[in-house]
Ligand binder design. Structure first.
Ligand code: NAD
Ligand SMILES: N[C@@H](CC=O)C(=O)O
Length: 500
């Protein structure tokens, strides 16, 4: 299709591949956003559409000096921003929220083009992302401290909740919009300024958010978006003493490196890391309903979701019945380009992810798993991997131990409640767990003993602006969303006002 628009904002470069799809091409920025200016790097990085492998545009590969300049901008903007009345910060956030929803269709289309998920899911992500902006705008007006009963005669004791300072936000590619707003809205509402480093695979969603923030009227330096190598820029942000908080969402391996890099400057660190969720089917559960829920919980975002149901645990007497039902539900998934009507599962993010999926299946089959359903036909493009159902998975297999992050479902049978709990907790991860069933005598003890930060009973959906999203063990530190979302971006100051 011939391009309809020229956004003309990128020094002669035009993202021809994106233009035909957008109502407002100016949302696509191929420059980084630093101190209220759109800036170049010395080199560029290509951005690919995972469904076609076409290059859809370029963004600057900023160097470490430019990352430092972004921190300087955020540091300079901090004083005026934190001094604004909370109502004024809230008003700006609400304007940003309204602009996001006004441009929902374009923002969702951008997600599909750079991330691959189906358009309906991308539209849902924009609603989800915007909900954090509204929530924190409102909560920021109520985020105060406490007055304490005094133990010192004549003294007045109170605490204030103050912004921690400049916050670095490093985000992944699987939710390129919502993982930014969930952090940025909390940080900004409480009075921090931010430097955002989106994943190199999906920078356009982040830059579109910066464009809308500029239109909303945020002052220069309050919101900065830097693009380039994760390792180079991430390391610079972690080592800069002016950055007082790091909020990271991504893999456990990278999170551990960043935690170590932050030790020297003793930053507040929020870590939203990987998961390996158990999906527990109880003996009294309707099997067809359980299978439908398990397919939804496993294949969302083509399995590239931190909440994906990775280890599906089924009572031995209902095992084969469940496998049949799951295979039937899985067959209804329609794999293809996320822009095509009716597609329910898109491509994986890149070829490396496809190779990893294949190697997980090969490893499981070599260790005795059964390929129950799914096939080895190629998908509709290089980065596609068709859904696979593996039965008879064991703890010896990589697909059980690792966060598999692909459309491979692993099912195991359990004999009794003790084995169910032991299998569910048998992972270094501790993000989310699902229980499907009705028997309270089984559910209550599981709620007590499951080692996960979030547990959903009879619900695939568990996320939202008002809940404290987060994991334990190697899945992370801290919570996002809810009133707890402020904790990693704020610190208490205790004041003792003596009577003299
Ligand atoms: N817990 C959550 O809320 C949550 C949400 C979404 C994704 N995730 C996790 O994210 C992972 C998938 O995302 P990903 O592949 O983008 O993760 P990743 O760890 O590879 O990358 C995340 C971010 O870190 C940057 N980065 C990569 N290497 C770096 C380094 N050495 N130093 C500094 N920064 C670096 C990347 O550019 C990106 O911006 C999965 O593990 C998934 O579970 C967790
Ligand atoms: N699905 C999660 C993000 C994890 O990948 C969410 O809902 O926030």
């Amino acid at each position: 299709m011939a391009p309809m628009h020229n956004n003309g904002n990128n020094n002669g470069k035009v993202t021809d591949a994106l233009m035909p799809y957008l109502q407002e091409p100016r949302l696509v920025r191929e420059l980084a956003y630093l101190n209220g200016q759109w800036v170049h790097g010395q080199r560029d990085l290509p951005v690919f559409n995972p469904a076609t492998n076409d290059v859809i545009g370029h963004v600057p590969r900023l160097n470490t000096e430019q990352a430092g300049l972004a921190v300087t901008a955020a540091h300079t903007a901090l004083g005026p921003w934190r001094s604004l009345p909370a109502d004024e910060r809230a008003a700006l956030l609400l304007r940003w929220h309204d602009l996001i929803l006004e441009h929902k269709q374009d923002l969702a289309t951008l997600i599909v083009l750079e991330q691959g998920k189906p358009l309906a899911d991308a539209l849902g992500e924009i609603d989800y992302g915007a909900s954090f902006v509204r929530w924190f705008a409102e909560e920021g007006r109520r985020a105060g401290g406490d007055t304490l009963p005094s133990h010192i005669p004549g003294a007045e004791l109170h605490t204030r909740r103050e912004p921690v300072g400049v916050a670095a936000l490093i985000t992944p590619w699987n939710f390129p919009h919502a993982m930014i707003t969930r952090k940025a809205a909390a940080a900004l509402a409480i009075g921090c300024t931010v430097v955002i480093k989106p994943a190199s695979e999906t920078p356009f969603s982040a830059l579109a958010l910066a464009e809308l923030a500029e239109r909303a009227g945020f002052a220069p330096g309050v919101i900065n978006v830097i693009t380039g190598s994760g390792a180079e820029l991430g390391n610079t942000l972690c080592r800069d003493d002016r950055v007082r908080a790091l909020s990271f969402t991504g893999s456990t391996a990278v999170g551990k490196q960043l935690l170590a890099a932050c030790a020297d400057t003793v930053k507040k660190c929020a870590m939203e890391l990987g998961g390996n969720a158990p999906f527990m089917v109880l003996p009294d559960m309707d099997i067809q309903m359980a299978a439908r829920a398990a397919v939804a919980a496993k294949f969302q975002t083509a399995g590239q979701d931190c909440l994906a149901a990775n280890r599906i645990l089924v009572p031995r007497p209902r095992y084969e019945e469940f496998l049949d039902a799951f295979a039937g539900e899985m067959a209804r998934l329609r794999v293809g380009n996320g822009l095509e009507a009716g597609v329910t599962m898109g491509p994986l993010i890149h070829r490396r992810a496809v190779d990893n999926a294949q190697s997980l299946v090969d490893d499981a089959l070599a260790h005795g798993a059964r390929l129950f359903a799914g096939n080895r036909q190629p998908g509709p493009g290089e980065n596609f991997f068709l859904p696979v159902l593996l039965a008879d998975v064991t703890p010896a297999m990589r697909v059980y131990r690792e966060e598999n992050f692909c459309p491979v479902a692993a099912v195991l049978a359990y004999e009794d409640p003790a084995e169910l709990l032991a299998l569910a907790n048998d992972t270094e991860y501790g993000l989310a767990a699902y229980i499907f069933g009705h028997d309270q005598r089984l559910i209550r003890p599981l709620l007590d003993r499951l080692e996960f930060g979030m547990v959903a009973v009879n619900s695939v959906k568990m996320t939202g602006h008002c809940i404290p999203f987060g994991g334990i063990k190697h899945s992370g530190l801290g919570r996002e969303g809810s009133r707890h979302g402020f904790d990693d971006f704020s610190q208490l100051k205790y004041c003792c006002l003596g009577g003299l």
